[in-house]
Design a binder for this molecule. Sequence first.
Ligand code: SAM
Length: 289
Amino acid sequence: MPGKTTSITFIKEQLSARNFAPRKSLGQNFLTDENILLKIVAAGDLGKDDVVLEIGPGLGALTEKLLELSKWVVAIEYDRGLFTILHERFDNFSNLVLLNQDVLATDLAGVLKDYAGGDFHFKVLANLPYYITTPIIFQLIESGLPWKGMVFLVQKEVANRLLAGPGTKEYGALTVMLNFYGKTTKIGNVPKTVFYPIPQVDSTIIRIDPYERQDFVIYPYLHRVVQAAFGQRRKTILNALMSLGKSFGDKESIAELLRKFQINPLQRGETLSIKEFLSIAEELQIRSS
Ligand code: SAM
């Protein structure tokens, strides 16, 4: 029955049949709104050739849709109790690989290669456990794996940070590092009342599309520049970059470099665009070699 898995009655029945209380410590807030679920799925733009990674399938609301629309679903659920429920429920689906493990301790490359074959471009769709939202997103984007697109339901305030523009208080190291890998788009806000149990905060659906050029070599340099710039947000970019050490240059040569990129050395780091951070990182790479 469509919509069954998102009905509160179904969720409560499933949980109480096994004497299971949702664990706050594992970010267990189940989605109870079919329309929101459909919105997440639609943002994934799934086709029958797609391999999908789902993190935290819970009781399987999203999993059910993913199985219908894609070729393979690899779903990783940490909670043993939920895993057992899922296992029983989806027993006869031959395109589901269900794993009972911590996603952060999972060799995703190995898992996806094993189950999805040689060409394992994949998409990720998930209502993420809130307590590890950022580590999971970074595990994926920094993995070097060929992801084609990711759709996540995350806390609204995390989404605001990931979507922020220069000069705003939400703009930070997280924004710059994520947007180096892909373009982040807001799909829509989700009120906290559509979850069971109701969490403390509202959520937002976001989609991340990878940029074609993913220059992993520059990443550590960008990381250093960004850490320096946001480590002490009130410092000017000139003073912040001085902390990168003598090999990057003295005050005058850094100021000159910034002016070359049309950056005022007295600006704060938080006002720089991602492109400007990249230009500085490229120069750091050159000067470090
Ligand atoms: N997908 C379900 C839904 O939308 O109703 C549940 C989403 S709930 C916000 C997050 C899920 O992630 C829970 O099922 C939780 O047990 C699971 N989880 C928490 N930590 C995890 C981890 N480290 N690895 C894999 N799954 C995890």
